[in-house]
Write a protein that binds this ligand. Structure first.
Ligand code: UDP
Ligand code: GLC
Length: 383
């Protein structure tokens, strides 16, 4: 077994998305051997520092304007990419391996690693397929990965398969599922859940579902609203924020809730830092992504919270849940099926409890931070 590596994790985001929350746990598990370079300042940098992780920020300038569906980056963006890669490369220690945690971070890291002559791994957390990404975007990163990556670590088999289907070299890729710390879920008490319900003015006896997630059309908050219209009296806690500039979508969601006549049962909470307590306020946890979800931390979090999870049957989600045993899978973007699954759990409490218990066991067995950190460590040993 080769010696443990010192790792410079690189992420482009300053906000707290799922990729960043997973990296937070990973960097903490690596302890002194990890350093994090961010291409934007923000709450993620603050959170890392608060947990004792060494973090530096190298702002990416006009590269921030390049989005997943961008076909042709501007000259300014390309210049910013080159500049950022140079600045990042200059900070790399000869003993460090670069490990990118997002697509943009991989592009910058690949160039930085090339200039600093250091190996570069990529934790791939996206399904590289349309309509998530433009064809040009996919071709560019696959070419770069095949040329520069020493390892591509996919967060699910579905993510790995999409990488290979898009032309990624099969021998580069391995799968390491995310792990999520169960401890914050284990200390939650029924009183915490009750306090959340009271603060949101949800009646004590109202059957309630919770859906945490960043606001974006493909995350499917609109599908939950449509389902809510079909299950009278059920309340929904919809937690999250438009992290990557989707404010118009967030505004439209509230208007849609009013149009559907469910505004009094749809509780928009904004971004929350108390997800374990929030989930414990609900009877069921919902995941409603309309496109294949690469992994879906919220699915595992619902399982850790001892709640039956209803989730979209696509992408990595079927690797997390065994349908009918440790959760319930429904077709994506199908409000009727989602409503039926929620109603069925409401109407059969013993089945809901069985599924919740099996989900809680499965999450604690398969999706631990320890297993994730070991998996990543082994994968990096190939670099
Ligand atoms: N989350 C949060 N507060 C919120 C909404 C979401 O902390 O108000 C967290 C959620 O608990 C999960 C993450 O954001 O850990 C979302 O990760 P996921 O993998 O489900 O989706 P992503 O947004 O990364 O695509
Ligand atoms: C990405 C994916 C999400 C995954 C997270 C952590 O944000 O969209 O499905 O759970 O990364 O790997």
């Amino acid at each position: 077994m080769s010696a443990p590596r010192r790792v410079l994790f690189v992420d482009h985001a300053g906000v707290l998305g799922g990729a960043e929350l997973s990296l937070l746990d990973l960097a903490m598990a690596f302890g002194d051997r990890a350093r994090v370079a961010l291409l934007a300042d923000g709450p993620f940098a603050d959170r890392l520092r608060a947990r004792g992780v060494r973090v530096t920020t190298t702002p990416m300038g006009a590269l921030a304007d390049v989005r997943k569906d961008t076909r042709l980056p501007s000259f300014g963006a390309l210049a910013a990419m080159w500049r950022t890669a140079g600045a990042l490369g200059a900070t790399v220690d000869p003993s460090e391996l670069l490990c990118a945690n997002s697509q943009k971070a991989f592009v910058v890291s690949a160039l930085a690693g090339w200039r600093a002559q250091r190996p570069v791994a990529w934790i791939l957390r996206d399904i590289l397929a349309a309509p998530h990404f433009s064809g040009a975007n996919i071709r560019a990163v696959i070419t770069l990965a095949n040329w520069r990556a020493c390892r591509v670590i996919a967060n699910s088999q579905a993510t790995a398969d999409a990488f290979v289907a898009a032309g990624g070299r099969k021998s580069l890729v391995c799968v390491v599922h995310n792990g999520i710390d169960a401890a914050p879920f284990d200390v939650v008490t029924p009183a915490d859940g009750q306090a959340v319900r009271r603060a949101l003015h949800i009646p004590d006896d109202a059957f309630t579902v919770a859906m945490p997630g960043r606001f974006h059309a493909w995350k499917g908050q609109q599908v939950l609203l449509a389902a809510l219209a079909q299950v009278p009296n059920v309340h929904a806690i919809i937690a999250g924020a438009p992290l990557f500039g989707e404010q118009a979508f967030a505004d439209e969601l509230r208007a849609r809730a009013a149009r559907l006549g469910v505004a009094d049962r749809a509780h928009f909470t904004g971004f929350r830092d108390d997800i374990p307590a929030l989930l414990s306020a609900a009877n069921v946890v919902v995941h409603a992504s309309t496109l294949p979800e690469p992994f879906g931390r919220v699915v595992v979090e619902g399982m850790l919270a001892h709640r039956p999870v209803v989730a979209s049957n696509a992408g990595g989600v079927p690797e997390l849940i065994v349908d009918g045993e440790s959760g319930v899978l429904v077709p994506p973007a199908d409000a009727r099926a989602l409503a039926a699954a929620i109603a069925a759990l409401r109407d059969d409490a013993p089945r809901a409890a069985r599924i919740a218990a099996a989900g809680a066991r499965r999450a604690r067995t398969l999706f631990t931070v320890g297993a994730m950190a070991r998996g990543i460590e082994e994968a990096l040993a190939a670099c």
